[in-house]
Design a protein around this ligand. Structure first.
Ligand SMILES: Cc1cc2nc3c(=O)[nH]c(=O)nc-3n(C[C@H](O)[C@H](O)[C@H](O)COP(=O)(O)O)c2cc1C
Length: 172
């Protein structure tokens, strides 16, 4: 089966750690199915090599993009992602930033949808407590929500269930 490209940006290492946990979960389906790239040193060409793309982004500075994603974002405007199967995950802190929880994942969804990607892996927002999020549509997030600051204990089960969901949605 075709490889999955996972692209993350991370300022204090939490999104990076979650990226490798996701990779490990996919290894149970097939070893080395996921190739992990730091967006700080990855080009649009590398991302466009993949048909299956997972993108991880933390929210920083109260509702803003993480620095490396901020640099990469303008590239989406010249990328045609038609036919690409994309799944998103975001990291945030619902207790500290409840009015901007996971906002960057919502901003990312807007970009990849504008680039014509098919976005999969929507995730229920029920087990989180926050006021507002740009990543929320009705009772779902546009991707997996991870909170390593306030709900670290829930992370392994969330990753495992989400990877199973992606596996089903992508027919892997
Ligand atoms: C200064 C600062 C601003 C933050 N702003 C937000 C925010 O607006 N929304 C949110 O959900 N999380 C926010 N966070 C939490 C981070 O997204 C969270 O700690 C994340 O796990 C960091 O990921 P990283 O280590 O991969 O960079 C903020 C954290 C800090 C320290």
């Amino acid at each position: 089966m075709a490889k999955i490209g996972l692209f993350f940006g991370s300022s204090t290492g939490k999104t990076e750690a979650v990226s490798f946990q996701i990779k490990t979960e996919f290894d149970k389906i097939q070893n080395d199915l996921v190739e992990v790239h730091n967006i700080g040193s990855a080009s649009p060409d590398v991302m466009m090599k993949y048909q299956y793309i997972i993108i991880g982004i933390p929210t920083w500075n109260t509702g803003e993009l993480q620095d490396d994603w901020d640099v990469f974002f303008p590239n989406f405007r010249s990328m045609d992602m038609k036919g690409k199967k994309v799944a998103l995950f975001g990291l945030g802190d619902q207790n500290g930033y409840g009015f901007n929880f996971l906002d960057a994942m919502g901003m990312l969804a807007d970009e990849v949808l504008m680039a014509n990607a098919d976005v999969h892996g929507f995730w229920s927002s029920k087990t989180y407590e926050f006021e507002e999020s740009k990543a929320k549509i009705e009772d779902h997030f546009v991707g997996l929500g991870i909170d390593e600051d306030g709900q670290q204990d829930k992370t392994p089960a969330r990753i495992s269930a989400w990877v199973q969901q992606i596996k089903d949605e992508w027919g892997l």
